[in-house]
Write a protein that binds this ligand. Structure first.
Ligand code: FAD
Length: 409
């Protein structure tokens, strides 16, 4: 029942603290977070919160009083500088040392910057934290007020969600994506093309295969993004959505294995029996030896439960089907499974029109993932099919008259 310290008061850290308590752990638990805020939901930062549709209250993940009721101590504004594994202590940046019996690393990830001239101008903004989102909200307001376009660099989920939100606010928006298609790492080519068409139909100027040379600045502010072919995209500011790096520096400095993330097993364990890790900071070793990095609320939540169990000496591997969502305009994408490596697809529903549909991804004849757009029922059913290892034939998947649920009976 010695003290458990949790580094990072985000999704994974908070969920680990709660899982420890709900599993009957009675010792002291302290959540250490370097942000000034208590735990909050990140997904709305590029969606409903940025659009002004929900306020700060709805961002809150757990109120400090709720944590206090569970005797979970929350310390905000404290940054952990080092782990002393031999002494079993954490060192904070101000020199304070805190002893632990169990340690949870839930440090999340840091958005990448652009190593380009002008890339560090003060109106070139990444999006990870609530403070980042506040700065972007102010940037959108300034662009709208001065009738200046917004440039989004990166056609991944965060970039595209910000683009959709900015269009909703009436801004002119250009999205620059270096790859030949949007969301290329996670979507099938057809769905990438569908998203490109969706954004163009909402007036986004979309540039694929974008080669950016530099950002021009005036008075310290980026005023144009200049392409290798000389094209200039004038702008009032830039939002960066070019991916993240796992925050594994503390773990690496303490001698724990890291490979673009803190290497953990399916139960969130590191090689040190007193240290577990969960969430975006991890890279999970799979049975075939490969490493899986996921950045999602589900992954953080499930790994948190596994990590809490591991600290209590129990095995609770996280093996459930991964799922994710993204809101852009009036379309909700819900993804179940991982579609990388798919070699065949079937479409159920109305992909060409404005309705709802799902894309079923197959590899070597097996269903591996389902991406649903405005089709919540398909999504929930897909998770059940994937969890159960049940594969409908592509013909069954494509036939809306066929009840896929009957395969689960
Ligand atoms: P975080 O929530 O990032 O928490 C880590 C915390 O640790 C941070 O507060 C960090 O500041 C702190 N920290 C780091 N180092 C230290 C240190 N040394 N000392 C003290 N504290 C430290 N996922 C979905 O599933 N669906 C979505 O639609 C979705 N949308 C998203 C939209 C945005 C804009 C963003 C940014 C993310 C989105 N995600 C979404 C991803 C999801 O939010 C993350 O996967 C999730 O927050 C990961 O939780 P975490 O606890 O691992 O990391």
């Amino acid at each position: 029942d010695g003290a458990v310290l949790i580094v990072g008061a985000g999704q994974a850290g908070t969920m680990t603290a709660e899982a420890l308590r709900s599993s009957g752990f009675a010792g002291p638990i302290t959540l250490l977070g370097d942000e000034p805020h208590g735990p909050y939901h990140r997904p709305p930062l590029s969606k409903a919160w940025l659009a002004g549709e929900v306020g700060d209250a709805q961002l809150m993940l757990r109120a400090p009083e709720m944590l206090a009721r569970k005797t979970i101590t929350l310390r905000t504004g404290v940054r952990v500088a080092a782990i002393d594994r031999e002494a079993r202590q954490l060192q904070l940046v101000d020199g304070e040392r805190l002893p632990y019996a169990g340690l949870v690393l839930a440090t999340g990830a840091t958005p990448r910057r652009l190593p380009l001239a002008g890339g560090d101008a003060s109106n070139v903004l990444p999006l990870r934290s609530k403070d980042d989102a506040s700065a972007i909200a102010a940037l959108l307001a300034r662009c709208a007020g001065q009738d200046l376009p917004l440039v989004v660099i990166g056609g991944g989920f965060i970039g595209l969600e910000v683009a959709a939100t900015a269009r909703k606010k009436g801004l002119a928006v250009t999205v620059l994506e270096a790859a030949p298609r949007l969301l290329g790492r996670v979507l099938s080519p057809e769905l990438s093309a569908w998203y490109a068409a969706l954004h163009r139909s909402h007036g986004v100027q979309l540039v694929l295969d974008a080669r950016i040379e530099r950002l021009d600045t005036a008075d310290g502010l980026a005023c144009a993004v200049v392409m290798a072919d000389g094209t200039r995209h004038a702008c009032g500011g830039v939002v960066l959505g070019v991916g993240v790096s796992a925050n594994d520096g503390l773990a690496a400095a303490a001698g724990l294995a890291c490979d673009r993330g803190i290497v953990v097993d399916a139960c969130g364990r590191t090689a040190d029996p007193r240290i577990v890790a969960a969430g975006d900071c991890t890279a999970r070793r799979l049975d075939d030896g490969s490493l899986l990095r996921l950045e999602s609320v589900q992954n953080a939540t499930e790994q948190a439960k596994s990590a809490a169990a591991a600290l209590l000496g129990q095995d609770r591997p996280f093996t459930a089907t991964p799922w994710f969502w993204s809101d852009q305009y009036d379309r909700k994408l819900q993804m179940a499974g991982l579609s990388a490596g798919a070699d065949a697809w079937a479409v159920r529903g109305d992909m060409a029109g404005g309705g709802s549909f799902s894309v079923y991804h197959y590899r070597a004849g097996r269903l591996i993932a389902v991406d649903s757009v405005n089709a919540a029922k398909d999504h929930l059913q897909a998770r059940k099919l994937l969890d159960a290892g049940v594969t409908p034939t592509p013909a069954q998947a494509a036939d809306t008259a066929f009840d896929l649920g009957s395969l689960l009976a």
